[in-house]
Design a protein around this ligand. Structure first.
Ligand SMILES: NC(=O)c1ccc[n+]([C@@H]2O[C@H](COP(=O)([O-])OP(=O)(O)OC[C@H]3O[C@@H](n4cnc5c(N)ncnc54)[C@H](OP(=O)(O)O)[C@@H]3O)[C@@H](O)[C@H]2O)c1
Length: 325
């Protein structure tokens, strides 16, 4: 049995999910690797970077480190899974890892949207993978779909509900007539919203994700400043009721298309008809609606966040990396 050693950067919501899935599904994953590649391979987490070593964790302390260089200096570690979040030091750590010929898997939409071009270039230069299926729409396999399954298509437009927090809040306001503040508080109590929900409700999180989808669909990184971005903080129950009277529903949509050689992307609450494919995507669900020239229209729906759904996408990238090792 070949062993592939992995380091996790972060053991929070997503990192904890990755560790749990790799432990619980080791047999299934080995079987799938064997069916696909004809190789007997096991994936082993050999180091985990954390920032608070003093925190109690039900895990062997030998696995933990607060020193990133310990991971860099271990030549047996072939893959670095960045699930610590934030722009820095995460971006710098990913660049260092790729310079050391380690493959990188990440869920960090902020780092990718801000430094995607640099990260891709460093990956190409060092002939390593830089994969980020979990960064957009959580468990929905949208990145592999665009990159692989739809390779014979020009994608003409993408629209989607790609932030679960805001979809939960708007759904609550729509179906239970809750005011915004109450719906937000409810989302926080249920763990669908962060204590500081700014990045979600002001639209930044969806903006990073639509920037990534724009790059994949249209081949270039958009300038983040050119993406129109309006959050949901000003939406009132009255607006939602007025929309209902017109036979419409307000959804927080991210859109991107290319017109006259330019990427036109936006993030904004919009009124859509009740028969629109995204109109009934409710709660914390995400959905991505693709328009392609050959394949036609495709709609994907699934959990956009959460420990296991996001970790499931991270592990799918690990599966893809194995082919390169
Ligand atoms: N949560 C989701 O559902 C979700 C969904 C999609 C994508 N993502 C993305 O996944 C990433 C991780 O999110 P998360 O929710 O798992 O975060 P989290 O629960 O806050 O966990 C972050 C982990 O990273 C560690 N960490 C943070 N900064 C560090 C530093 N400077 N040095 C060393 N370790 C550091 C923390 O260490 P300590 O444990 O010691 O504090 C913690 O273990 C983010 O990029 C996020 O955008 C998350």
């Amino acid at each position: 049995m070949e062993k592939i050693k992995i380091a996790l950067l972060g053991l929070g919501t997503v990192g904890g999910g990755v560790k749990a899935i790799l432990e619980e599904k080791q047999d299934l994953i080995q079987e799938r690797i064997y069916i696909k590649n004809g190789r007997k391979v096991s994936l082993e987490i050999s180091k985990i970077l954390i920032s608070h070593p003093e925190k109690y964790r039900a895990i062997s302390p030998v696995l933990l480190t607060a020193d990133f260089q310990e991971i860099m200096n271990d030549e047996n570690i072939k893959v670095v899974v960045e699930v610590m979040g934030g722009e820095e030091p995460a971006t710098n750590y990913m660049l260092q890892a790729m310079e050391r010929k380690k493959h990188v898997v990440t869920a960090n939409k902020l780092a990718i949207a801000k430094s995607g071009e640099l990260l891709e270039n460093v990956a190409t230069k060092n002939r390593v993978n830089f994969l980020y299926e979990a960064a957009v729409a959580g468990t929905i396999p949208i990145i592999r779909t665009i990159n692989d399954s739809l390779v014979a298509n020009e994608i003409t437009e993408i629209s989607g509900i790609i932030n679960g927090t805001t979809n939960y809040i708007l759904s609550k306001m729509t179906h239970e007539r809750s005011p915004y503040a109450e719906a937000l508080m409810n989302a926080q109590e249920l763990g669908f919203a962060e204590e500081d929900p700014g990045s979600d409700v002001k639209g930044d999180d969806a903006l990073y994700k639509i920037a990534i989808l724009s790059r994949l669909a249209f081949g270039e990184w958009p300038d983040l400043d050119t993406i129109d971005c309006k959050g949901i903080t000003e939406i009132t129950p009255q607006q939602i009721e007025d929309a209902k009277k017109r036979g419409k529903v307000i959804k927080f949509l991210a859109r991107t298309k290319k017109a006259e050689g330019k990427i036109i992307a936006s993030v904004s609450p919009e009124e859509i008809e009740l028969h629109h494919p995204l109109a009934h995507v409710d709660g914390a669900m995400n959905a991505v609606y693709l328009h392609c020239d050959n394949a036609g229209e495709l709609l994907f729906q699934g959990a956009g966040a959460g420990s296991r759904p996001t970790a499931s996408a991270v592990v799918s990238d690990l599966f893809a990396v194995i082919e390169q090792i």
